[in-house]
Ligand binder design. Structure first.
Ligand code: F0G
Length: 475
């Protein structure tokens, strides 16, 4: 059969809300052109994130009822711990309330001040936690990963030569950790190959550098390995996932992604001394080691979700449904990151809006235009999220200006996705009317969550001084 249907049926529904274009214009203005500041009930199709937005299964909801809320030694923790141990093969499992809590604990306990943490591409919270701990985050993505419109099977790979040169130049003692993000969320949800994981792991081992995996989307990455990497077509996703973890000294995990949970995360590792340090900080920051920052019921939902996610009929549907939207857009000549990724479709805002200079945040402009046109909420992954300023206050842009349409797991049907494609195609026809934006207020770290912006009329886009002035307005 050609049609890959949703491998589930719907037991419970929640309403979504319709607004008019005039209402959305006002809502957008009130939210300072930052959809993070829009109330969810004013959003029709919410593609802001695939994190914590999954529909849980009936088995997960049953697990919620079974949750053991004992402060210490709850049976739900045992179930959770055993499941994570089986998956990762790691002996020390530390539950946290979400991925960034794992990062905060890990980088606070790792001796990383004034050192480097190297990645294929660090996610924003990971980078922020690394910098908060006094270290410097370095992205060494492979060359093909930076070519938005050119397809390649494993564009999330780390540049192995660059890693070796970096170690040689800085010496291994200056590198606190190498952490590989699978799939590469900030770089288009593109997967990392097993070969790349193996090679990076071997380099780290030779140089005595700890190698961790940011495992948020480990199952989607494993399925891509099955589909695209030689020698894995007949290996189960379960086995592929377990092989990935054998190469790592530890991992951070946000259970809000590939564990279908609405909250939760964990740290897992082999090193007993580091685990003890992390546990001690956990007790201060999150909670007792058998619940971390979670209720027993959350641990139960994660344990069930982790087993469900490697089901291949689910993963086939997941990857195909992302590809369905990707193909509709590609066929309409809309610039999308190629090939189709694991959890989202990424629009190339630079190519979509060539008349808007990077200093006027084409990605954020497109995010706002999508909301205005069709009530669709997406997120910018470009210079608003990752841009920095030089000493003169000029923007140092991100390499890519992307708009991510993240698809929540098991939530939207094919007609929702058809609607999304229609809106984007309609917008593409009138893209020349879309205006750039300038920042009027921003926080020093993770500014994209709370930044306030205002439109820059199209007529001004070539006046360089205006752009520079706008970038100096910081709070
Ligand atoms: N690492 C990656 C690769 C992520 O995508 C995220 C979160 C985190 C770490 C942090 O996990 O949210 O549980 O604290 N990504 C979400 C997103 C927020 O929208 O992509 P968290």
């Amino acid at each position: 059969m050609k049609t890959i249907i949703e491998p589930f049926k719907i037991k419970s529904v929640e309403p979504i809300y319709f607004t008019t274009i005039e209402e959305r214009k006002q809502i957008l203005e009130n939210a300072f052109y930052n959809p993070f500041l829009i109330a969810a009930q004013h959003v029709l199709i919410d593609l802001l994130t695939d994190s914590g937005t999954s529909a849980m299964s009936s088995n997960q909801w049953a697990g919620i009822m079974k949750g053991d809320e004992s402060y210490a030694g709850s049976s739900s923790f045992m179930h959770f711990e055993q499941t994570v141990k089986q998956l990762t093969g790691m002996p020390f499992i530390i539950p946290t309330h979400q991925g960034r809590a794992s990062e905060k604990i890990l980088f606070s306990c790792l001796d990383c001040k004034d050192k480097y943490v190297v990645s294929n591409t660090l996610f924003d919270t990971t980078r922020a936690n690394i910098e908060f701990a006094g270290a410097t985050g370095v992205d060494l993505l492979c060359a093909e990963g930076k070519q938005c419109l050119i397809p390649a099977p494993f564009k999330g790979n780390m540049d192995v030569d660059a890693l070796q040169s970096f170690i040689k130049e800085k010496t291994s003692s200056a590198i606190a950790m190498v952490i590989m993000t699978i799939t590469n969320n900030s770089g288009g949800g593109q997967p990392v190959s097993m070969q790349n994981i193996r090679e990076v792991s071997a380099i780290c081992k030779r140089n005595g550098i700890p190698f961790f995996i940011d495992a948020c989307r480990f199952a989607e990455n494993s399925f891509f390995i099955k589909l695209r990497e030689e020698g894995y077509a007949n290996v189960s996703v379960d086995e592929i996932a377990r092989e990935i973890f054998t190469y790592a000294d530890g991992c951070t995990m946000s259970a809000k992604k590939d564990a279908f949970a609405n909250i939760g995360g964990f740290l897992a590792m082999h090193d007993p001394a580091l685990a003890e340090k992390c546990r001690n900080l956990l007790i201060i920051a999150e909670g007792f080691p058998t619940y971390g920052g979670l209720a027993g019921r959350d641990l139960e939902a994660i344990a069930v979700g982790l087993k469900e996610v490697t089901d291949e009929s689910y993963l086939r549907y997941r990857v195909k449904s992302i590809e369905y939207l990707f193909n509709k857009l590609k066929d309409a000549a809309i610039p999308v990151m190629q090939p189709s990724g694991g959890h989202a479709v990424y629009l190339d805002a630079k190519a979509f809006l060539p008349h808007i200079p990077v200093e006027q945040y084409p990605g954020q402009a497109l995010v706002c235009a999508l909301y205005l046109e069709g009530g669709i909420r997406s997120v910018e992954i470009g210079s608003l999220m990752f841009g920095k300023y030089d000493e003169d206050g000029r923007l140092i842009p991100n390499t890519m200006e992307l708009v991510r349409l993240a698809i929540p797991r098991r939530v939207y049907t094919q007609s929702h996705i058809d609607y999304v494609a229609e809106v984007i195609i309609a917008l593409f026809q009138k893209r020349n009317n879309i205006e750039g934006l300038r920042i009027v207020e921003e926080a020093p770290i993770l500014r994209h969550f709370t930044a306030k912006l205002e439109p820059v009329p199209v007529i001004n886009t070539n006046i360089k001084n205006n752009i520079k002035t706008s970038n100096l307005i910081t709070v």
